[in-house]
Design a binder for this molecule. Structure first.
Ligand SMILES: *Cc1c(COP(=O)(O)O)cnc(C)c1O
Length: 474
Protein backbone atom coordinates (compact mmCIF):
# COMPACT_ATOMS: atom_id res chain seq x y z
CA UNK A 1 0.00 0.00 0.00
CA UNK A 2 1.21 3.45 -0.85
CA UNK A 3 0.88 6.22 1.63
CA UNK A 4 -1.43 8.74 0.01
CA UNK A 5 -1.60 12.15 1.56
CA UNK A 6 -3.33 13.85 -1.38
CA UNK A 7 -7.01 13.51 -2.24
CA UNK A 8 -6.28 11.54 -5.38
CA UNK A 9 -7.31 7.87 -5.34
CA UNK A 10 -4.89 5.25 -4.11
CA UNK A 11 -6.00 3.01 -6.90
CA UNK A 12 -6.75 4.90 -10.07
CA UNK A 13 -8.06 1.79 -11.85
CA UNK A 14 -10.72 1.27 -9.19
CA UNK A 15 -11.59 4.92 -9.42
CA UNK A 16 -11.81 4.73 -13.21
CA UNK A 17 -14.24 1.81 -12.97
CA UNK A 18 -16.41 3.69 -10.46
CA UNK A 19 -16.44 6.89 -12.49
CA UNK A 20 -17.41 5.03 -15.64
CA UNK A 21 -20.23 3.45 -13.71
CA UNK A 22 -21.36 6.86 -12.47
CA UNK A 23 -21.49 8.13 -16.04
CA UNK A 24 -23.44 5.04 -17.12
CA UNK A 25 -25.92 5.56 -14.27
CA UNK A 26 -26.38 9.18 -15.28
CA UNK A 27 -27.00 8.21 -18.92
CA UNK A 28 -29.43 5.44 -17.93
CA UNK A 29 -31.28 7.94 -15.80
CA UNK A 30 -31.50 10.41 -18.67
CA UNK A 31 -32.57 7.77 -21.18
CA UNK A 32 -35.41 6.47 -18.99
CA UNK A 33 -36.91 9.85 -18.05
CA UNK A 34 -40.23 9.28 -19.77
CA UNK A 35 -40.96 6.15 -17.80
CA UNK A 36 -40.94 7.98 -14.49
CA UNK A 37 -43.21 10.59 -12.91
CA UNK A 38 -42.35 14.18 -13.75
CA UNK A 39 -41.74 14.91 -10.08
CA UNK A 40 -41.62 13.09 -6.80
CA UNK A 41 -41.23 14.76 -3.45
CA UNK A 42 -38.03 13.84 -1.65
CA UNK A 43 -39.17 11.24 0.90
CA UNK A 44 -38.57 11.84 4.58
CA UNK A 45 -36.28 8.82 4.93
CA UNK A 46 -34.08 9.99 2.06
CA UNK A 47 -33.88 13.46 3.61
CA UNK A 48 -33.05 11.96 6.99
CA UNK A 49 -30.19 10.01 5.46
CA UNK A 50 -28.79 13.29 4.14
CA UNK A 51 -28.51 14.71 7.65
CA UNK A 52 -24.90 13.66 8.09
CA UNK A 53 -23.78 16.10 5.41
CA UNK A 54 -20.37 16.93 6.85
CA UNK A 55 -18.90 13.82 8.50
CA UNK A 56 -15.45 13.92 10.02
CA UNK A 57 -14.51 10.64 8.36
CA UNK A 58 -15.37 10.09 4.70
CA UNK A 59 -17.13 7.06 3.28
CA UNK A 60 -15.41 6.97 -0.11
CA UNK A 61 -16.68 7.37 -3.65
CA UNK A 62 -18.31 3.96 -4.01
CA UNK A 63 -20.66 4.51 -1.09
CA UNK A 64 -21.29 8.13 -1.97
CA UNK A 65 -22.34 7.10 -5.47
CA UNK A 66 -24.76 4.55 -4.06
CA UNK A 67 -26.20 7.21 -1.78
CA UNK A 68 -26.53 9.61 -4.70
CA UNK A 69 -28.45 7.07 -6.78
CA UNK A 70 -30.78 6.24 -3.89
CA UNK A 71 -31.35 9.55 -2.13
CA UNK A 72 -30.69 12.33 -4.65
CA UNK A 73 -30.95 11.31 -8.29
CA UNK A 74 -34.72 10.52 -8.30
CA UNK A 75 -35.87 13.68 -6.54
CA UNK A 76 -35.01 16.58 -8.81
CA UNK A 77 -37.34 19.34 -9.93
CA UNK A 78 -38.39 17.40 -13.03
CA UNK A 79 -37.31 19.95 -15.63
CA UNK A 80 -35.66 17.32 -17.81
CA UNK A 81 -39.00 15.56 -18.28
CA UNK A 82 -41.05 16.29 -21.42
CA UNK A 83 -44.18 16.93 -19.32
CA UNK A 84 -42.52 19.59 -17.17
CA UNK A 85 -44.21 22.89 -18.04
CA UNK A 86 -43.49 24.98 -14.96
CA UNK A 87 -41.81 28.38 -14.70
CA UNK A 88 -39.10 28.90 -17.33
CA UNK A 89 -36.74 25.97 -17.00
CA UNK A 90 -34.25 24.56 -19.44
CA UNK A 91 -34.15 20.79 -19.85
CA UNK A 92 -30.40 20.26 -20.10
CA UNK A 93 -28.74 18.08 -22.71
CA UNK A 94 -26.45 15.05 -22.70
CA UNK A 95 -23.75 17.22 -24.28
CA UNK A 96 -24.08 19.70 -21.44
CA UNK A 97 -23.73 16.89 -18.94
CA UNK A 98 -20.45 15.74 -20.46
CA UNK A 99 -19.27 19.35 -20.59
CA UNK A 100 -19.85 19.77 -16.86
CA UNK A 101 -17.80 16.67 -16.18
CA UNK A 102 -14.92 17.92 -18.30
CA UNK A 103 -15.15 21.39 -16.84
CA UNK A 104 -14.93 20.03 -13.30
CA UNK A 105 -11.88 18.03 -14.37
CA UNK A 106 -10.09 21.19 -15.48
CA UNK A 107 -11.27 23.15 -12.44
CA UNK A 108 -10.49 26.52 -13.99
CA UNK A 109 -10.98 29.71 -12.07
CA UNK A 110 -12.32 32.09 -14.69
CA UNK A 111 -12.06 35.31 -12.70
CA UNK A 112 -8.95 36.20 -14.63
CA UNK A 113 -5.39 35.39 -15.66
CA UNK A 114 -3.97 34.25 -18.93
CA UNK A 115 -5.64 30.97 -19.83
CA UNK A 116 -8.03 29.44 -22.32
CA UNK A 117 -11.07 29.62 -20.01
CA UNK A 118 -10.96 33.39 -19.98
CA UNK A 119 -10.30 33.44 -23.72
CA UNK A 120 -13.27 31.16 -24.40
CA UNK A 121 -15.63 33.40 -22.42
CA UNK A 122 -14.53 36.30 -24.63
CA UNK A 123 -15.14 34.22 -27.74
CA UNK A 124 -18.68 33.55 -26.59
CA UNK A 125 -19.24 37.21 -25.80
CA UNK A 126 -18.00 38.09 -29.29
CA UNK A 127 -20.18 35.46 -30.94
CA UNK A 128 -23.27 36.61 -29.06
CA UNK A 129 -22.47 40.26 -29.79
CA UNK A 130 -22.41 39.36 -33.49
CA UNK A 131 -25.71 37.47 -33.27
CA UNK A 132 -27.38 40.39 -31.51
CA UNK A 133 -25.93 42.92 -33.94
CA UNK A 134 -23.75 44.62 -31.32
CA UNK A 135 -20.55 46.42 -32.39
CA UNK A 136 -17.02 45.06 -31.87
CA UNK A 137 -16.70 47.26 -28.76
CA UNK A 138 -19.14 44.96 -26.94
CA UNK A 139 -18.18 42.79 -24.01
CA UNK A 140 -19.98 40.24 -21.92
CA UNK A 141 -19.83 38.19 -18.79
CA UNK A 142 -21.25 34.94 -17.49
CA UNK A 143 -23.30 35.34 -14.33
CA UNK A 144 -25.56 32.97 -12.43
CA UNK A 145 -28.74 34.00 -14.22
CA UNK A 146 -30.84 36.78 -15.66
CA UNK A 147 -31.66 38.06 -12.14
CA UNK A 148 -27.98 38.81 -11.66
CA UNK A 149 -27.60 40.01 -15.26
CA UNK A 150 -30.46 42.48 -14.80
CA UNK A 151 -28.78 43.75 -11.64
CA UNK A 152 -25.59 44.31 -13.62
CA UNK A 153 -27.60 46.24 -16.19
CA UNK A 154 -28.95 48.55 -13.49
CA UNK A 155 -25.48 49.07 -12.01
CA UNK A 156 -24.04 49.95 -15.43
CA UNK A 157 -26.88 52.36 -16.10
CA UNK A 158 -26.35 54.00 -12.70
CA UNK A 159 -22.63 54.43 -13.40
CA UNK A 160 -23.37 55.85 -16.84
CA UNK A 161 -25.86 58.34 -15.40
CA UNK A 162 -23.85 59.58 -12.44
CA UNK A 163 -20.26 59.09 -13.59
CA UNK A 164 -17.33 57.68 -11.66
CA UNK A 165 -18.30 59.68 -8.60
CA UNK A 166 -21.20 57.38 -7.75
CA UNK A 167 -18.76 54.58 -7.09
CA UNK A 168 -16.92 56.63 -4.51
CA UNK A 169 -19.61 58.79 -2.97
CA UNK A 170 -22.82 56.95 -3.68
CA UNK A 171 -26.03 58.50 -4.92
CA UNK A 172 -25.73 61.73 -2.92
CA UNK A 173 -29.41 62.35 -3.20
CA UNK A 174 -29.69 61.85 -6.96
CA UNK A 175 -33.29 60.84 -7.60
CA UNK A 176 -32.83 58.43 -10.46
CA UNK A 177 -35.94 56.94 -12.04
CA UNK A 178 -36.25 53.75 -14.06
CA UNK A 179 -39.11 52.38 -16.17
CA UNK A 180 -40.29 48.87 -16.87
CA UNK A 181 -43.66 47.36 -17.67
CA UNK A 182 -46.02 45.89 -15.11
CA UNK A 183 -45.21 42.51 -16.68
CA UNK A 184 -41.46 42.88 -16.06
CA UNK A 185 -39.85 40.18 -13.94
CA UNK A 186 -39.67 40.86 -10.20
CA UNK A 187 -35.89 40.73 -10.26
CA UNK A 188 -35.83 44.13 -12.00
CA UNK A 189 -37.44 45.69 -8.95
CA UNK A 190 -35.06 43.74 -6.75
CA UNK A 191 -32.12 45.03 -8.77
CA UNK A 192 -33.24 48.60 -8.04
CA UNK A 193 -33.26 47.75 -4.35
CA UNK A 194 -29.82 46.10 -4.46
CA UNK A 195 -28.34 48.99 -6.43
CA UNK A 196 -29.38 51.39 -3.67
CA UNK A 197 -31.96 53.15 -5.82
CA UNK A 198 -34.99 51.72 -4.09
CA UNK A 199 -37.91 49.85 -5.59
CA UNK A 200 -40.06 53.00 -5.58
CA UNK A 201 -37.67 54.50 -8.15
CA UNK A 202 -38.90 51.91 -10.65
CA UNK A 203 -42.00 53.15 -12.44
CA UNK A 204 -44.18 50.28 -13.56
CA UNK A 205 -45.83 51.14 -16.82
CA UNK A 206 -49.11 49.39 -17.65
CA UNK A 207 -49.34 47.12 -20.69
CA UNK A 208 -51.74 46.78 -23.58
CA UNK A 209 -53.88 43.65 -24.00
CA UNK A 210 -50.91 41.87 -25.61
CA UNK A 211 -48.69 42.42 -22.57
CA UNK A 212 -46.56 45.12 -24.23
CA UNK A 213 -45.54 48.27 -22.43
CA UNK A 214 -47.82 51.21 -23.28
CA UNK A 215 -45.67 53.87 -24.95
CA UNK A 216 -48.10 56.70 -24.27
CA UNK A 217 -48.11 55.93 -20.55
CA UNK A 218 -44.33 55.57 -20.56
CA UNK A 219 -43.90 58.97 -22.18
CA UNK A 220 -46.30 60.50 -19.65
CA UNK A 221 -44.47 58.92 -16.69
CA UNK A 222 -41.12 60.22 -17.89
CA UNK A 223 -42.51 63.70 -18.45
CA UNK A 224 -44.12 63.73 -15.00
CA UNK A 225 -40.85 62.66 -13.37
CA UNK A 226 -38.88 65.31 -15.22
CA UNK A 227 -41.44 67.94 -14.23
CA UNK A 228 -40.98 66.89 -10.61
CA UNK A 229 -37.21 67.33 -10.92
CA UNK A 230 -36.46 63.61 -10.85
CA UNK A 231 -33.93 62.11 -13.19
CA UNK A 232 -35.02 59.38 -15.62
CA UNK A 233 -31.99 57.22 -16.41
CA UNK A 234 -33.00 53.69 -17.31
CA UNK A 235 -35.56 51.94 -19.47
CA UNK A 236 -35.94 48.19 -18.98
CA UNK A 237 -37.60 46.44 -21.89
CA UNK A 238 -38.79 42.86 -21.66
CA UNK A 239 -38.11 40.49 -24.54
CA UNK A 240 -40.29 37.58 -23.49
CA UNK A 241 -42.18 38.39 -20.30
CA UNK A 242 -42.24 35.80 -17.58
CA UNK A 243 -46.02 35.43 -17.45
CA UNK A 244 -46.80 34.77 -21.07
CA UNK A 245 -43.86 35.66 -23.28
CA UNK A 246 -44.78 39.12 -24.52
CA UNK A 247 -42.23 41.35 -26.24
CA UNK A 248 -42.14 45.07 -25.55
CA UNK A 249 -41.93 47.22 -28.71
CA UNK A 250 -38.14 47.33 -28.84
CA UNK A 251 -37.73 49.66 -31.82
CA UNK A 252 -40.05 52.26 -30.35
CA UNK A 253 -38.44 51.93 -26.94
CA UNK A 254 -34.99 52.34 -28.51
CA UNK A 255 -36.19 55.54 -30.25
CA UNK A 256 -37.56 56.83 -27.00
CA UNK A 257 -34.44 55.90 -25.02
CA UNK A 258 -32.29 57.73 -27.56
CA UNK A 259 -34.50 60.81 -27.41
CA UNK A 260 -34.72 60.85 -23.62
CA UNK A 261 -31.09 59.77 -23.13
CA UNK A 262 -32.01 56.71 -21.13
CA UNK A 263 -29.93 53.56 -20.79
CA UNK A 264 -31.82 50.82 -22.61
CA UNK A 265 -31.56 47.47 -20.89
CA UNK A 266 -33.36 44.44 -22.29
CA UNK A 267 -34.40 41.60 -20.01
CA UNK A 268 -34.39 38.81 -22.54
CA UNK A 269 -33.96 36.00 -20.03
CA UNK A 270 -35.43 33.43 -22.38
CA UNK A 271 -36.86 35.53 -25.22
CA UNK A 272 -33.60 37.10 -26.40
CA UNK A 273 -32.28 33.77 -27.62
CA UNK A 274 -35.04 33.62 -30.20
CA UNK A 275 -32.25 35.17 -32.31
CA UNK A 276 -31.26 31.54 -32.80
CA UNK A 277 -34.35 31.05 -35.00
CA UNK A 278 -34.92 32.74 -38.35
CA UNK A 279 -38.67 32.42 -37.81
CA UNK A 280 -38.74 33.84 -34.30
CA UNK A 281 -36.06 36.50 -34.41
CA UNK A 282 -38.28 39.23 -35.85
CA UNK A 283 -39.66 39.32 -32.29
CA UNK A 284 -36.43 40.90 -31.07
CA UNK A 285 -35.95 43.37 -33.90
CA UNK A 286 -34.47 46.48 -32.33
CA UNK A 287 -32.55 44.61 -29.62
CA UNK A 288 -29.35 45.58 -31.44
CA UNK A 289 -29.96 49.13 -30.21
CA UNK A 290 -29.91 48.18 -26.52
CA UNK A 291 -27.10 49.21 -24.19
CA UNK A 292 -27.24 45.93 -22.30
CA UNK A 293 -28.99 42.60 -22.76
CA UNK A 294 -29.58 40.02 -20.03
CA UNK A 295 -30.24 36.44 -21.06
CA UNK A 296 -29.93 32.87 -19.90
CA UNK A 297 -28.29 29.99 -21.74
CA UNK A 298 -29.80 27.70 -19.10
CA UNK A 299 -33.39 28.30 -20.16
CA UNK A 300 -34.22 27.93 -23.85
CA UNK A 301 -30.68 26.96 -24.91
CA UNK A 302 -30.72 24.06 -22.42
CA UNK A 303 -27.20 24.57 -21.12
CA UNK A 304 -27.01 23.00 -17.64
CA UNK A 305 -27.58 25.39 -14.75
CA UNK A 306 -26.32 27.94 -14.31
CA UNK A 307 -25.39 30.03 -17.32
CA UNK A 308 -26.75 33.56 -17.29
CA UNK A 309 -25.13 36.27 -19.41
CA UNK A 310 -24.90 40.04 -19.49
CA UNK A 311 -23.90 41.57 -22.80
CA UNK A 312 -22.91 45.24 -22.97
CA UNK A 313 -22.78 47.26 -26.18
CA UNK A 314 -19.86 49.30 -24.85
CA UNK A 315 -17.24 47.21 -23.08
CA UNK A 316 -15.76 50.38 -21.60
CA UNK A 317 -19.02 51.09 -19.79
CA UNK A 318 -19.02 47.60 -18.34
CA UNK A 319 -15.46 48.03 -17.06
CA UNK A 320 -16.22 51.51 -15.75
CA UNK A 321 -19.04 50.12 -13.64
CA UNK A 322 -17.13 47.23 -12.10
CA UNK A 323 -13.34 47.31 -12.49
CA UNK A 324 -11.48 47.97 -9.27
CA UNK A 325 -7.72 48.30 -8.74
CA UNK A 326 -6.16 45.72 -6.47
CA UNK A 327 -2.41 45.18 -6.21
CA UNK A 328 -2.74 41.41 -6.14
CA UNK A 329 -4.63 41.55 -9.42
CA UNK A 330 -2.07 43.67 -11.26
CA UNK A 331 -1.23 42.62 -14.79
CA UNK A 332 2.04 41.78 -16.48
CA UNK A 333 3.31 41.98 -20.05
CA UNK A 334 3.76 38.25 -20.45
CA UNK A 335 3.07 35.12 -18.47
CA UNK A 336 0.10 34.06 -16.41
CA UNK A 337 -0.84 37.56 -15.20
CA UNK A 338 -1.04 38.93 -18.74
CA UNK A 339 -4.31 40.29 -20.09
CA UNK A 340 -5.71 43.75 -20.23
CA UNK A 341 -9.28 42.80 -19.40
CA UNK A 342 -10.22 39.98 -17.09
CA UNK A 343 -13.75 38.85 -16.24
CA UNK A 344 -13.24 40.20 -12.71
CA UNK A 345 -13.08 43.67 -14.30
CA UNK A 346 -16.60 43.23 -15.68
CA UNK A 347 -18.48 42.21 -12.55
CA UNK A 348 -18.14 41.70 -8.81
CA UNK A 349 -17.10 38.02 -8.88
CA UNK A 350 -13.44 37.12 -8.57
CA UNK A 351 -13.51 33.35 -8.28
CA UNK A 352 -15.82 31.95 -10.88
CA UNK A 353 -16.27 28.67 -12.72
CA UNK A 354 -15.89 27.73 -16.35
CA UNK A 355 -19.46 28.31 -17.53
CA UNK A 356 -18.09 29.08 -20.97
CA UNK A 357 -17.20 25.44 -21.63
CA UNK A 358 -20.71 24.03 -21.36
CA UNK A 359 -22.05 26.87 -23.48
CA UNK A 360 -19.33 26.47 -26.07
CA UNK A 361 -19.79 22.70 -26.23
CA UNK A 362 -23.57 23.05 -26.51
CA UNK A 363 -23.39 25.65 -29.27
CA UNK A 364 -20.62 23.84 -31.15
CA UNK A 365 -22.17 20.41 -30.86
CA UNK A 366 -25.74 21.31 -31.80
CA UNK A 367 -25.38 24.61 -33.66
CA UNK A 368 -27.65 27.50 -32.75
CA UNK A 369 -30.04 26.81 -35.63
CA UNK A 370 -31.00 23.47 -34.15
CA UNK A 371 -31.65 25.09 -30.77
CA UNK A 372 -33.78 27.62 -32.62
CA UNK A 373 -35.77 24.83 -34.29
CA UNK A 374 -36.54 23.35 -30.87
CA UNK A 375 -37.88 26.77 -29.83
CA UNK A 376 -40.07 26.90 -32.93
CA UNK A 377 -41.50 23.47 -32.12
CA UNK A 378 -42.25 24.59 -28.56
CA UNK A 379 -44.12 27.61 -29.92
CA UNK A 380 -46.08 25.45 -32.34
CA UNK A 381 -47.05 23.11 -29.49
CA UNK A 382 -48.14 26.10 -27.42
CA UNK A 383 -50.48 27.08 -30.24
CA UNK A 384 -51.83 23.51 -30.31
CA UNK A 385 -52.52 23.69 -26.59
CA UNK A 386 -54.13 27.12 -26.91
CA UNK A 387 -56.43 25.66 -29.57
CA UNK A 388 -57.40 22.77 -27.30
CA UNK A 389 -58.09 25.17 -24.43
CA UNK A 390 -60.17 27.46 -26.63
CA UNK A 391 -62.27 24.57 -27.90
CA UNK A 392 -62.76 23.03 -24.46
CA UNK A 393 -65.72 23.22 -22.13
CA UNK A 394 -63.58 23.12 -18.99
CA UNK A 395 -61.04 25.88 -19.56
CA UNK A 396 -60.72 29.44 -20.72
CA UNK A 397 -57.54 31.16 -21.89
CA UNK A 398 -56.16 33.83 -19.54
CA UNK A 399 -53.67 35.53 -21.87
CA UNK A 400 -52.53 35.72 -25.50
CA UNK A 401 -49.96 33.17 -26.69
CA UNK A 402 -47.28 35.13 -28.54
CA UNK A 403 -44.57 32.55 -27.87
CA UNK A 404 -44.38 29.26 -25.96
CA UNK A 405 -46.47 29.93 -22.84
CA UNK A 406 -50.18 29.21 -22.42
CA UNK A 407 -52.04 30.70 -19.45
CA UNK A 408 -55.54 29.48 -18.76
CA UNK A 409 -58.07 28.84 -16.02
CA UNK A 410 -60.88 26.55 -15.09
CA UNK A 411 -64.26 27.89 -16.11
CA UNK A 412 -66.74 28.34 -13.27
CA UNK A 413 -64.11 27.94 -10.56
CA UNK A 414 -62.27 30.13 -8.09
CA UNK A 415 -58.53 30.72 -7.54
CA UNK A 416 -58.31 27.90 -5.01
CA UNK A 417 -59.69 25.38 -7.51
CA UNK A 418 -57.06 26.36 -10.09
CA UNK A 419 -54.33 25.97 -7.50
CA UNK A 420 -55.71 22.64 -6.39
CA UNK A 421 -55.76 21.36 -9.96
CA UNK A 422 -52.08 22.21 -10.43
CA UNK A 423 -51.16 20.65 -7.11
CA UNK A 424 -52.98 17.48 -8.08
CA UNK A 425 -51.05 17.20 -11.35
CA UNK A 426 -47.75 17.73 -9.53
CA UNK A 427 -48.43 15.23 -6.79
CA UNK A 428 -49.64 12.63 -9.27
CA UNK A 429 -46.44 13.18 -11.26
CA UNK A 430 -48.45 13.49 -14.48
CA UNK A 431 -47.33 16.94 -15.58
CA UNK A 432 -45.88 20.06 -14.01
CA UNK A 433 -47.48 23.34 -15.05
CA UNK A 434 -47.06 26.29 -12.67
CA UNK A 435 -49.27 29.08 -11.38
CA UNK A 436 -49.29 32.80 -11.83
CA UNK A 437 -51.64 35.72 -11.34
CA UNK A 438 -53.16 37.61 -14.23
CA UNK A 439 -55.71 40.40 -13.94
CA UNK A 440 -55.89 39.79 -10.21
CA UNK A 441 -56.73 36.10 -10.49
CA UNK A 442 -54.85 32.84 -10.35
CA UNK A 443 -54.02 31.31 -13.71
CA UNK A 444 -52.53 27.98 -14.68
CA UNK A 445 -49.38 28.56 -16.64
CA UNK A 446 -48.00 26.04 -19.10
CA UNK A 447 -44.58 27.02 -20.42
CA UNK A 448 -43.26 24.73 -23.14
CA UNK A 449 -39.48 24.98 -23.07
CA UNK A 450 -38.33 21.40 -23.34
CA UNK A 451 -36.62 20.12 -26.49
CA UNK A 452 -37.96 16.66 -25.56
CA UNK A 453 -41.60 17.76 -25.52
CA UNK A 454 -43.75 16.57 -28.43
CA UNK A 455 -47.31 17.46 -29.41
CA UNK A 456 -48.38 14.15 -27.85
CA UNK A 457 -47.04 15.28 -24.47
CA UNK A 458 -48.99 18.50 -24.70
CA UNK A 459 -52.17 16.65 -25.65
CA UNK A 460 -51.62 14.17 -22.81
CA UNK A 461 -51.23 17.10 -20.42
CA UNK A 462 -54.42 18.67 -21.69
CA UNK A 463 -56.33 15.41 -21.28
CA UNK A 464 -54.96 14.86 -17.79
CA UNK A 465 -55.86 18.42 -16.80
CA UNK A 466 -59.34 17.97 -18.21
CA UNK A 467 -59.80 14.72 -16.34
CA UNK A 468 -58.57 16.29 -13.10
CA UNK A 469 -60.75 19.35 -13.69
CA UNK A 470 -63.87 17.33 -12.97
CA UNK A 471 -62.97 17.24 -9.28
CA UNK A 472 -62.54 21.00 -9.02
CA UNK A 473 -65.36 22.50 -10.99
CA UNK A 474 -68.54 23.69 -9.42
C1 LIG B 1 -36.23 33.55 -15.54
C2 LIG B 1 -36.36 34.99 -15.75
C3 LIG B 1 -35.60 35.90 -15.04
C4 LIG B 1 -34.67 35.47 -13.94
O1 LIG B 1 -33.64 34.70 -14.47
P1 LIG B 1 -32.82 33.69 -13.57
O2 LIG B 1 -31.92 33.02 -14.54
O3 LIG B 1 -33.83 32.75 -12.98
O4 LIG B 1 -32.11 34.47 -12.54
C5 LIG B 1 -35.72 37.24 -15.35
N1 LIG B 1 -36.57 37.66 -16.30
C6 LIG B 1 -37.32 36.81 -17.01
C7 LIG B 1 -38.24 37.34 -18.06
C8 LIG B 1 -37.26 35.44 -16.74
O5 LIG B 1 -38.02 34.58 -17.43
Amino acid sequence: MTLNDSLDPENWEDFRRLSHRALDDALDDLMSLRERPVWRETPADALARLDDAAPAQGVGLEQVLAEFVRDIQPFGVGNRHPAFFGWAHGAGTPVGMVAELLSAGLNLNCGGRNHVGVALEKKIAAAMAKLFGFPATASGLFVTGASQANFHGVVMARRAALGADVRENGLQGASLRAYASTQAHGCVEQAMDLAGLGTAALRKIPCDADGRMRLDLLRAAIAADRARGDRPFLLVASAGTVNFGAFDPLEELADLAAREKLWLHVDGAFGALTVFSDKLKPLVAGIERADTIAFDFHKWAHVPYDAGFILARDGAAQRAAFAAPAAYLSRTETGLAKGEIWPCDLGPDLSRGFRALKVWMTLRAYGFARLGECMERNCADARVLAGLIDASEEFVRAAPVPLNIVCFRLKHADDAANRALVERLHVDGVAAPSLTRLDGHTAIRCAIFNHRTRSGDVEAFFNAAREAAKAFQK
